[in-house]
Design a protein around this ligand. Structure first.
Ligand code: B12
Ligand code: SF4
Length: 443
Protein backbone atom coordinates (compact mmCIF):
# COMPACT_ATOMS: atom_id res chain seq x y z
CA UNK A 1 0.00 0.00 0.00
CA UNK A 2 1.61 3.25 -1.08
CA UNK A 3 1.21 6.18 1.29
CA UNK A 4 1.29 9.94 0.97
CA UNK A 5 2.44 11.57 4.20
CA UNK A 6 2.59 15.29 4.98
CA UNK A 7 5.34 16.24 7.42
CA UNK A 8 4.25 19.57 8.85
CA UNK A 9 5.96 22.21 10.98
CA UNK A 10 3.11 24.40 12.30
CA UNK A 11 4.05 28.05 12.65
CA UNK A 12 3.62 30.21 15.73
CA UNK A 13 6.12 33.02 16.05
CA UNK A 14 8.03 32.97 19.30
CA UNK A 15 7.54 36.74 19.24
CA UNK A 16 3.78 36.55 18.72
CA UNK A 17 2.67 37.85 22.09
CA UNK A 18 5.31 40.49 22.75
CA UNK A 19 5.10 43.24 20.16
CA UNK A 20 7.79 45.45 21.73
CA UNK A 21 10.33 42.66 21.60
CA UNK A 22 9.26 41.89 18.04
CA UNK A 23 9.90 45.50 17.01
CA UNK A 24 13.33 45.32 18.57
CA UNK A 25 14.15 42.15 16.67
CA UNK A 26 13.46 43.96 13.41
CA UNK A 27 15.42 47.08 14.40
CA UNK A 28 18.62 45.50 15.68
CA UNK A 29 21.16 44.04 13.30
CA UNK A 30 22.37 41.43 15.76
CA UNK A 31 18.86 40.26 16.59
CA UNK A 32 18.01 40.09 12.89
CA UNK A 33 20.87 37.63 12.69
CA UNK A 34 19.31 35.62 15.52
CA UNK A 35 16.10 35.46 13.44
CA UNK A 36 18.14 34.27 10.47
CA UNK A 37 19.47 31.38 12.54
CA UNK A 38 15.97 30.39 13.60
CA UNK A 39 15.29 29.14 10.14
CA UNK A 40 16.56 25.56 10.09
CA UNK A 41 14.41 22.68 8.85
CA UNK A 42 12.78 20.47 11.49
CA UNK A 43 15.20 17.62 11.95
CA UNK A 44 12.63 15.38 13.66
CA UNK A 45 10.54 15.33 10.46
CA UNK A 46 13.53 14.54 8.24
CA UNK A 47 14.54 11.85 10.74
CA UNK A 48 11.10 10.20 10.49
CA UNK A 49 11.34 10.08 6.70
CA UNK A 50 14.77 8.48 7.04
CA UNK A 51 13.34 5.70 9.21
CA UNK A 52 10.86 4.33 6.73
CA UNK A 53 10.45 5.36 3.11
CA UNK A 54 9.43 2.22 1.26
CA UNK A 55 6.50 3.11 -0.99
CA UNK A 56 5.95 6.38 0.84
CA UNK A 57 5.76 9.83 -0.72
CA UNK A 58 6.73 12.39 1.91
CA UNK A 59 5.79 16.04 1.49
CA UNK A 60 7.66 18.38 3.86
CA UNK A 61 5.70 21.56 4.64
CA UNK A 62 7.20 24.31 6.75
CA UNK A 63 4.46 26.79 7.53
CA UNK A 64 7.06 29.48 8.21
CA UNK A 65 7.59 29.58 4.45
CA UNK A 66 4.53 28.21 2.70
CA UNK A 67 0.83 28.08 3.42
CA UNK A 68 -0.68 24.73 4.30
CA UNK A 69 -3.18 23.67 1.64
CA UNK A 70 -5.89 21.70 3.43
CA UNK A 71 -7.50 20.55 0.19
CA UNK A 72 -4.44 18.48 -0.72
CA UNK A 73 -5.13 14.80 0.02
CA UNK A 74 -2.85 12.91 2.41
CA UNK A 75 -3.19 9.50 4.02
CA UNK A 76 -1.32 10.70 7.09
CA UNK A 77 -0.56 14.17 8.40
CA UNK A 78 2.37 14.14 10.84
CA UNK A 79 3.30 17.14 12.99
CA UNK A 80 6.16 17.79 15.40
CA UNK A 81 5.37 20.17 18.22
CA UNK A 82 6.94 22.26 20.91
CA UNK A 83 4.59 23.81 23.46
CA UNK A 84 4.15 27.10 21.60
CA UNK A 85 3.09 25.27 18.43
CA UNK A 86 0.46 23.06 20.08
CA UNK A 87 -2.65 25.27 19.76
CA UNK A 88 -1.87 25.95 16.09
CA UNK A 89 -1.25 22.26 15.43
CA UNK A 90 -4.58 21.36 17.03
CA UNK A 91 -6.43 23.80 14.74
CA UNK A 92 -4.67 22.37 11.70
CA UNK A 93 -5.48 18.84 12.78
CA UNK A 94 -9.19 19.70 12.91
CA UNK A 95 -9.06 21.05 9.34
CA UNK A 96 -7.24 17.99 8.00
CA UNK A 97 -9.53 15.61 9.88
CA UNK A 98 -12.57 17.15 8.20
CA UNK A 99 -10.96 16.04 4.93
CA UNK A 100 -10.32 12.52 6.11
CA UNK A 101 -6.60 12.52 6.90
CA UNK A 102 -5.19 10.44 9.75
CA UNK A 103 -3.40 12.75 12.21
CA UNK A 104 -0.25 11.86 14.15
CA UNK A 105 1.71 14.09 16.50
CA UNK A 106 5.03 13.71 18.26
CA UNK A 107 7.86 15.70 19.81
CA UNK A 108 8.27 17.41 23.14
CA UNK A 109 4.76 18.60 23.84
CA UNK A 110 2.99 15.32 23.00
CA UNK A 111 5.63 13.51 25.07
CA UNK A 112 4.90 15.51 28.21
CA UNK A 113 1.14 15.94 27.64
CA UNK A 114 0.01 12.86 25.67
CA UNK A 115 -3.58 12.96 26.91
CA UNK A 116 -4.05 16.57 25.78
CA UNK A 117 -2.50 15.82 22.39
CA UNK A 118 -4.63 12.68 22.12
CA UNK A 119 -7.76 14.83 21.98
CA UNK A 120 -6.58 16.20 18.63
CA UNK A 121 -4.46 13.45 17.09
CA UNK A 122 -5.40 9.92 16.07
CA UNK A 123 -2.00 8.61 17.18
CA UNK A 124 0.36 10.23 19.65
CA UNK A 125 4.09 9.49 19.89
CA UNK A 126 5.70 9.63 23.29
CA UNK A 127 9.48 10.02 23.28
CA UNK A 128 11.95 9.09 20.58
CA UNK A 129 10.42 7.55 17.45
CA UNK A 130 13.18 5.45 15.89
CA UNK A 131 11.52 2.23 17.03
CA UNK A 132 7.88 3.31 17.09
CA UNK A 133 7.55 5.08 13.71
CA UNK A 134 8.32 1.97 11.60
CA UNK A 135 5.94 0.00 13.85
CA UNK A 136 3.21 2.60 13.32
CA UNK A 137 3.64 2.46 9.53
CA UNK A 138 3.24 -1.32 9.69
CA UNK A 139 0.16 -1.00 11.93
CA UNK A 140 -1.36 1.68 9.70
CA UNK A 141 -0.86 -0.43 6.60
CA UNK A 142 -2.57 -3.36 8.25
CA UNK A 143 -5.45 -1.12 9.35
CA UNK A 144 -4.67 -1.30 13.09
CA UNK A 145 -2.89 1.87 14.18
CA UNK A 146 -2.75 2.39 17.95
CA UNK A 147 -3.68 5.53 19.82
CA UNK A 148 -0.39 5.85 21.74
CA UNK A 149 3.11 4.82 20.70
CA UNK A 150 5.45 5.08 23.64
CA UNK A 151 9.16 4.53 23.27
CA UNK A 152 10.19 2.20 26.08
CA UNK A 153 13.82 1.52 25.18
CA UNK A 154 16.90 3.70 24.96
CA UNK A 155 17.46 4.25 21.26
CA UNK A 156 20.94 3.20 20.14
CA UNK A 157 22.04 6.20 18.10
CA UNK A 158 24.92 4.26 16.57
CA UNK A 159 22.47 2.32 14.43
CA UNK A 160 19.82 4.90 13.53
CA UNK A 161 19.41 5.64 9.80
CA UNK A 162 20.40 9.09 8.56
CA UNK A 163 17.69 11.76 8.33
CA UNK A 164 16.38 12.10 4.80
CA UNK A 165 18.07 15.42 4.03
CA UNK A 166 17.30 15.17 0.31
CA UNK A 167 13.67 16.07 1.14
CA UNK A 168 14.87 19.67 1.50
CA UNK A 169 17.13 19.59 -1.58
CA UNK A 170 14.90 22.07 -3.43
CA UNK A 171 14.68 24.37 -0.41
CA UNK A 172 18.35 24.93 0.45
CA UNK A 173 18.19 28.70 -0.02
CA UNK A 174 15.61 28.91 2.81
CA UNK A 175 17.80 26.98 5.18
CA UNK A 176 21.31 28.44 5.41
CA UNK A 177 21.78 26.73 8.78
CA UNK A 178 21.27 22.94 8.81
CA UNK A 179 20.71 20.79 11.92
CA UNK A 180 22.75 17.64 12.46
CA UNK A 181 22.34 15.75 15.71
CA UNK A 182 25.29 13.73 17.01
CA UNK A 183 24.25 12.88 20.56
CA UNK A 184 21.19 12.66 22.78
CA UNK A 185 20.66 12.65 26.50
CA UNK A 186 21.95 14.88 29.21
CA UNK A 187 23.34 13.80 32.58
CA UNK A 188 21.79 16.85 34.28
CA UNK A 189 18.22 17.38 35.35
CA UNK A 190 17.50 21.10 35.29
CA UNK A 191 14.19 22.00 36.84
CA UNK A 192 13.16 24.17 33.85
CA UNK A 193 14.17 21.86 31.00
CA UNK A 194 12.02 19.56 28.90
CA UNK A 195 14.77 18.25 26.62
CA UNK A 196 15.94 15.84 29.31
CA UNK A 197 12.37 14.48 29.54
CA UNK A 198 12.44 13.19 25.96
CA UNK A 199 15.97 11.78 25.79
CA UNK A 200 16.61 10.89 29.42
CA UNK A 201 19.90 10.99 31.30
CA UNK A 202 21.68 8.36 29.28
CA UNK A 203 24.18 10.20 27.02
CA UNK A 204 24.53 8.45 23.65
CA UNK A 205 26.30 9.28 20.41
CA UNK A 206 26.29 8.40 16.76
CA UNK A 207 29.62 7.07 15.51
CA UNK A 208 32.13 9.39 13.88
CA UNK A 209 31.70 7.75 10.47
CA UNK A 210 27.90 7.94 10.75
CA UNK A 211 28.16 11.66 11.58
CA UNK A 212 30.51 12.32 8.69
CA UNK A 213 28.19 10.46 6.30
CA UNK A 214 25.30 12.68 7.42
CA UNK A 215 27.46 15.75 6.94
CA UNK A 216 28.38 14.59 3.44
CA UNK A 217 24.70 14.06 2.61
CA UNK A 218 24.04 17.67 3.62
CA UNK A 219 26.98 19.00 1.63
CA UNK A 220 25.81 17.01 -1.42
CA UNK A 221 22.49 18.85 -1.62
CA UNK A 222 23.91 22.32 -0.94
CA UNK A 223 25.43 24.24 -3.85
CA UNK A 224 27.37 26.38 -1.34
CA UNK A 225 28.50 25.11 2.08
CA UNK A 226 25.81 25.86 4.67
CA UNK A 227 26.48 26.55 8.33
CA UNK A 228 25.93 23.41 10.41
CA UNK A 229 24.06 23.41 13.71
CA UNK A 230 24.93 20.42 15.86
CA UNK A 231 21.62 20.33 17.71
CA UNK A 232 22.85 18.22 20.63
CA UNK A 233 21.94 19.35 24.11
CA UNK A 234 25.52 18.97 25.29
CA UNK A 235 27.85 18.28 22.35
CA UNK A 236 31.00 17.88 24.46
CA UNK A 237 29.66 15.87 27.37
CA UNK A 238 32.12 13.17 26.19
CA UNK A 239 35.36 15.04 25.53
CA UNK A 240 37.33 12.12 24.09
CA UNK A 241 34.63 11.55 21.49
CA UNK A 242 34.40 15.31 20.92
CA UNK A 243 38.09 15.50 20.07
CA UNK A 244 37.88 12.60 17.62
CA UNK A 245 34.92 14.24 15.94
CA UNK A 246 36.76 17.57 15.68
CA UNK A 247 39.72 15.86 14.00
CA UNK A 248 37.35 14.25 11.51
CA UNK A 249 35.64 17.57 10.75
CA UNK A 250 38.78 19.61 10.05
CA UNK A 251 39.20 18.52 6.38
CA UNK A 252 35.63 19.57 5.54
CA UNK A 253 36.36 23.24 6.27
CA UNK A 254 32.82 23.97 7.43
CA UNK A 255 31.61 26.45 10.00
CA UNK A 256 29.31 25.24 12.73
CA UNK A 257 27.76 26.08 16.09
CA UNK A 258 26.35 24.05 18.95
CA UNK A 259 25.48 23.88 22.66
CA UNK A 260 27.57 22.57 25.54
CA UNK A 261 28.64 23.49 29.07
CA UNK A 262 31.57 25.57 30.31
CA UNK A 263 33.70 22.57 31.23
CA UNK A 264 35.32 22.70 27.77
CA UNK A 265 37.34 25.58 29.23
CA UNK A 266 39.36 23.00 31.18
CA UNK A 267 40.61 21.26 28.05
CA UNK A 268 43.10 23.29 26.04
CA UNK A 269 43.52 20.63 23.36
CA UNK A 270 39.76 20.44 22.80
CA UNK A 271 39.49 24.22 22.48
CA UNK A 272 42.19 24.31 19.82
CA UNK A 273 40.51 21.49 17.92
CA UNK A 274 37.10 23.17 18.09
CA UNK A 275 38.56 26.32 16.57
CA UNK A 276 40.42 24.40 13.85
CA UNK A 277 37.31 22.36 13.00
CA UNK A 278 35.28 25.52 12.33
CA UNK A 279 33.40 25.90 15.64
CA UNK A 280 32.71 29.60 15.84
CA UNK A 281 30.01 29.99 18.46
CA UNK A 282 28.80 27.82 21.28
CA UNK A 283 25.68 28.37 23.31
CA UNK A 284 26.09 27.73 27.03
CA UNK A 285 23.32 27.88 29.62
CA UNK A 286 24.64 30.32 32.22
CA UNK A 287 21.08 30.92 33.46
CA UNK A 288 21.86 33.68 35.97
CA UNK A 289 24.67 35.60 37.62
CA UNK A 290 22.52 36.54 40.61
CA UNK A 291 23.54 34.97 43.88
CA UNK A 292 21.23 32.19 45.01
CA UNK A 293 19.59 31.66 41.63
CA UNK A 294 21.75 28.76 40.50
CA UNK A 295 21.06 26.83 43.66
CA UNK A 296 18.50 24.12 43.16
CA UNK A 297 18.23 24.59 39.39
CA UNK A 298 19.03 20.92 38.94
CA UNK A 299 18.64 17.99 41.27
CA UNK A 300 22.40 17.54 41.73
CA UNK A 301 23.04 21.27 41.91
CA UNK A 302 26.10 20.86 39.67
CA UNK A 303 26.24 24.32 38.16
CA UNK A 304 26.08 26.02 41.51
CA UNK A 305 28.65 23.70 43.05
CA UNK A 306 31.06 24.07 40.15
CA UNK A 307 30.93 27.76 39.38
CA UNK A 308 29.57 29.33 42.61
CA UNK A 309 30.41 32.93 41.74
CA UNK A 310 30.50 35.03 38.62
CA UNK A 311 34.29 34.73 38.67
CA UNK A 312 33.94 31.03 37.94
CA UNK A 313 31.83 31.84 34.90
CA UNK A 314 33.96 34.79 33.77
CA UNK A 315 37.23 32.81 33.93
CA UNK A 316 35.81 29.94 31.89
CA UNK A 317 34.31 32.32 29.29
CA UNK A 318 37.58 34.18 28.97
CA UNK A 319 39.51 30.92 28.50
CA UNK A 320 37.19 29.71 25.73
CA UNK A 321 36.83 33.05 23.93
CA UNK A 322 40.59 33.63 23.97
CA UNK A 323 40.72 30.73 21.50
CA UNK A 324 38.54 32.63 19.04
CA UNK A 325 35.39 30.68 19.93
CA UNK A 326 32.41 32.90 20.75
CA UNK A 327 30.22 32.05 23.70
CA UNK A 328 26.51 32.75 23.45
CA UNK A 329 25.49 33.09 27.09
CA UNK A 330 21.93 31.91 27.70
CA UNK A 331 20.37 33.75 30.65
CA UNK A 332 16.91 33.48 32.12
CA UNK A 333 15.26 36.32 33.93
CA UNK A 334 12.55 35.66 36.47
CA UNK A 335 14.41 33.20 38.69
CA UNK A 336 13.44 33.38 42.35
CA UNK A 337 16.19 35.70 43.63
CA UNK A 338 15.88 38.24 40.83
CA UNK A 339 15.20 41.84 41.78
CA UNK A 340 15.25 45.12 39.84
CA UNK A 341 19.06 45.07 40.17
CA UNK A 342 19.28 41.86 38.10
CA UNK A 343 18.91 43.64 34.79
CA UNK A 344 21.85 46.05 35.18
CA UNK A 345 24.01 43.33 36.75
CA UNK A 346 23.37 41.08 33.78
CA UNK A 347 24.24 43.84 31.32
CA UNK A 348 27.47 44.60 33.24
CA UNK A 349 28.46 40.94 33.20
CA UNK A 350 27.90 40.67 29.45
CA UNK A 351 29.98 43.80 28.83
CA UNK A 352 32.78 42.81 31.22
CA UNK A 353 33.19 39.34 29.75
CA UNK A 354 32.93 40.50 26.11
CA UNK A 355 30.34 37.79 25.59
CA UNK A 356 30.15 37.10 21.88
CA UNK A 357 26.38 36.77 22.06
CA UNK A 358 23.50 36.42 24.46
CA UNK A 359 20.22 34.60 24.53
CA UNK A 360 18.13 36.37 27.13
CA UNK A 361 14.79 34.75 27.80
CA UNK A 362 12.10 34.82 30.44
CA UNK A 363 11.93 31.78 32.70
CA UNK A 364 9.10 29.68 31.29
CA UNK A 365 7.47 26.92 33.34
CA UNK A 366 7.08 24.45 30.47
CA UNK A 367 4.66 21.59 31.10
CA UNK A 368 6.54 18.46 32.07
CA UNK A 369 9.15 20.32 34.11
CA UNK A 370 9.63 20.48 37.88
CA UNK A 371 9.07 24.21 37.96
CA UNK A 372 5.78 23.81 36.10
CA UNK A 373 4.57 21.37 38.78
CA UNK A 374 5.77 23.62 41.60
CA UNK A 375 4.29 26.85 40.14
CA UNK A 376 1.02 25.17 39.28
CA UNK A 377 0.69 23.74 42.78
CA UNK A 378 1.42 27.18 44.24
CA UNK A 379 -1.16 28.87 41.95
CA UNK A 380 1.58 30.94 40.30
CA UNK A 381 0.75 30.23 36.64
CA UNK A 382 -1.03 33.18 34.98
CA UNK A 383 -2.56 30.99 32.26
CA UNK A 384 -1.94 27.81 30.29
CA UNK A 385 -2.23 29.16 26.78
CA UNK A 386 0.74 27.27 25.32
CA UNK A 387 0.97 29.59 22.32
CA UNK A 388 2.29 32.20 24.75
CA UNK A 389 4.90 29.86 26.27
CA UNK A 390 7.52 31.36 23.98
CA UNK A 391 10.34 32.34 26.34
CA UNK A 392 9.77 36.06 25.76
CA UNK A 393 6.50 36.32 27.70
CA UNK A 394 5.95 36.35 31.44
CA UNK A 395 3.53 33.53 32.29
CA UNK A 396 3.86 33.33 36.09
CA UNK A 397 3.92 35.47 39.21
CA UNK A 398 7.30 36.36 40.71
CA UNK A 399 8.01 36.99 44.40
CA UNK A 400 9.89 40.30 43.85
CA UNK A 401 8.93 41.62 40.42
CA UNK A 402 5.67 42.39 38.66
CA UNK A 403 4.95 41.12 35.15
CA UNK A 404 5.54 44.65 33.83
CA UNK A 405 8.84 44.96 35.64
CA UNK A 406 10.07 41.67 34.21
CA UNK A 407 9.01 42.65 30.68
CA UNK A 408 10.64 46.08 30.99
CA UNK A 409 13.76 44.45 32.45
CA UNK A 410 13.99 42.08 29.49
CA UNK A 411 13.85 45.02 27.11
CA UNK A 412 16.37 46.96 29.16
CA UNK A 413 18.86 44.12 28.82
CA UNK A 414 18.15 43.74 25.10
CA UNK A 415 18.75 47.44 24.42
CA UNK A 416 21.98 47.42 26.37
CA UNK A 417 23.56 44.27 25.00
CA UNK A 418 22.47 44.66 21.40
CA UNK A 419 23.92 48.04 20.56
CA UNK A 420 26.58 49.45 18.27
CA UNK A 421 29.05 50.45 20.99
CA UNK A 422 29.17 47.00 22.56
CA UNK A 423 29.25 45.40 19.14
CA UNK A 424 32.41 47.39 18.33
CA UNK A 425 34.00 46.43 21.66
CA UNK A 426 33.34 42.73 21.01
CA UNK A 427 34.55 42.90 17.43
CA UNK A 428 37.88 44.30 18.63
CA UNK A 429 38.19 41.64 21.32
CA UNK A 430 37.61 38.81 18.86
CA UNK A 431 39.91 40.28 16.22
CA UNK A 432 42.73 40.14 18.76
CA UNK A 433 41.78 36.68 20.07
CA UNK A 434 41.69 35.18 16.58
CA UNK A 435 44.98 36.83 15.59
CA UNK A 436 46.54 35.29 18.71
CA UNK A 437 45.07 31.85 17.96
CA UNK A 438 46.48 31.92 14.42
CA UNK A 439 49.89 33.05 15.74
CA UNK A 440 50.09 30.25 18.32
CA UNK A 441 48.99 27.70 15.71
CA UNK A 442 51.82 28.77 13.41
CA UNK A 443 54.42 28.83 16.20
C1 B12 B 1 16.88 22.82 16.62
C2 B12 B 1 16.00 23.49 17.65
C3 B12 B 1 15.26 24.59 17.25
C4 B12 B 1 15.20 25.03 15.78
C5 B12 B 1 14.31 24.10 14.98
C6 B12 B 1 13.07 23.71 15.77
C7 B12 B 1 12.53 22.35 15.45
N1 B12 B 1 11.24 22.21 15.63
O1 B12 B 1 13.24 21.47 15.06
C8 B12 B 1 14.67 26.48 15.90
C9 B12 B 1 15.83 27.44 15.83
C10 B12 B 1 13.63 26.91 14.86
C11 B12 B 1 14.13 26.51 17.33
C12 B12 B 1 13.44 27.58 17.79
C13 B12 B 1 12.87 27.64 19.05
N2 B12 B 1 13.03 26.73 20.02
CO1 B12 B 1 14.09 25.13 19.83
N3 B12 B 1 15.20 23.68 19.86
C14 B12 B 1 15.95 23.03 18.98
C15 B12 B 1 16.75 21.90 19.65
C16 B12 B 1 18.10 22.46 20.11
C17 B12 B 1 17.01 20.63 18.85
C18 B12 B 1 15.80 19.98 18.18
C19 B12 B 1 16.30 18.90 17.27
O2 B12 B 1 16.78 19.15 16.19
N4 B12 B 1 16.23 17.65 17.68
C20 B12 B 1 16.63 16.50 16.87
C21 B12 B 1 15.42 15.61 16.55
C22 B12 B 1 15.82 14.42 15.71
O3 B12 B 1 14.95 15.14 17.78
P1 B12 B 1 13.48 15.46 18.32
O4 B12 B 1 13.03 16.77 17.85
O5 B12 B 1 13.45 15.20 19.77
O6 B12 B 1 12.63 14.35 17.56
C23 B12 B 1 12.59 13.00 17.96
C24 B12 B 1 11.40 12.71 18.88
O7 B12 B 1 11.06 13.78 19.70
C25 B12 B 1 10.30 12.31 17.96
N5 B12 B 1 9.47 13.31 17.30
C26 B12 B 1 9.60 14.63 17.23
N6 B12 B 1 8.62 15.16 16.49
C27 B12 B 1 7.86 14.15 16.05
C28 B12 B 1 6.72 14.14 15.24
C29 B12 B 1 6.12 12.92 14.93
C30 B12 B 1 4.92 12.91 14.06
C31 B12 B 1 6.68 11.73 15.44
C32 B12 B 1 6.07 10.43 15.10
C33 B12 B 1 7.81 11.75 16.26
C34 B12 B 1 8.40 12.96 16.56
O8 B12 B 1 11.00 11.64 16.94
C35 B12 B 1 12.29 12.19 16.73
C36 B12 B 1 13.25 11.03 16.55
O9 B12 B 1 13.33 10.26 17.70
C37 B12 B 1 15.80 21.58 20.86
C38 B12 B 1 16.47 20.87 22.02
C39 B12 B 1 16.02 19.43 22.06
N7 B12 B 1 16.78 18.62 22.71
O10 B12 B 1 14.99 19.04 21.53
C40 B12 B 1 15.27 22.97 21.19
C41 B12 B 1 13.86 23.13 21.80
C42 B12 B 1 12.97 22.14 21.09
N8 B12 B 1 13.49 24.49 21.48
C43 B12 B 1 12.81 25.02 22.40
C44 B12 B 1 12.31 26.34 22.33
C45 B12 B 1 11.62 26.86 23.57
C46 B12 B 1 12.43 27.12 21.17
C47 B12 B 1 11.96 28.59 21.00
C48 B12 B 1 10.58 28.90 21.54
C49 B12 B 1 13.03 29.43 21.67
C50 B12 B 1 12.88 30.93 21.52
N9 B12 B 1 12.24 31.62 22.43
O11 B12 B 1 13.39 31.43 20.59
C51 B12 B 1 12.00 28.77 19.46
C52 B12 B 1 10.60 28.68 18.82
C53 B12 B 1 10.61 28.87 17.35
C54 B12 B 1 9.32 29.27 16.73
N10 B12 B 1 8.37 28.39 16.54
O12 B12 B 1 9.15 30.41 16.42
C55 B12 B 1 12.60 24.11 23.57
C56 B12 B 1 11.18 23.54 23.57
C57 B12 B 1 10.56 23.48 24.92
C58 B12 B 1 9.12 23.05 24.82
N11 B12 B 1 8.71 22.18 25.69
O13 B12 B 1 8.37 23.50 24.01
C59 B12 B 1 13.76 23.06 23.37
C60 B12 B 1 13.48 21.70 23.95
C61 B12 B 1 15.03 23.66 24.01
C62 B12 B 1 14.98 23.57 25.53
N12 B12 B 1 15.84 22.78 26.16
O14 B12 B 1 14.24 24.25 26.16
N13 B12 B 1 14.53 25.45 18.02
S1 SF4 C 1 19.03 22.63 30.42
FE1 SF4 C 1 20.76 21.69 29.35
S2 SF4 C 1 22.06 20.91 31.08
FE2 SF4 C 1 20.00 21.23 31.92
S3 SF4 C 1 18.93 19.27 31.71
FE3 SF4 C 1 18.40 20.52 29.91
S4 SF4 C 1 19.85 19.89 28.34
FE4 SF4 C 1 20.71 19.21 30.34
Amino acid sequence: MSLKIALINPFNSFLSDNKTVEKLYHQTEELSLVRFYRTGPVLALLALAGLEDRDIEYRYIDERYEPVVYEEKYDIVAMSLMALQAPKAYQMAAEFKKRGAYIVMGGLHPTVLPAETGQHADSVFIGEAELTWPQFIRDFRSGKPQKYYENKETVDLAVVPAPKYDIIASMTSRYPDVPLQVSRGCPHDCSFCTASKIYGFNYRQKTISQTIKELEKILEIYPKKPSIWFTDDNMFANKKFGKELMRALIPYRIIWHTQTDLSIAEDEELLKLIYQAGGWRILVGLESIIEGNLECLDSRNWKFRKYKTNHGYADAISKIQSHGIGIIGAFMIGLEKDTKATFQKTVDFVHETNLYGTQITVLTPMPGTDIYDAYKAAGRLLHEDWSRYTYVNVNFTHPNLSKQELEDGLLYIYYNVYNAAFFKQKAMYFKNAIAHEIETKQA
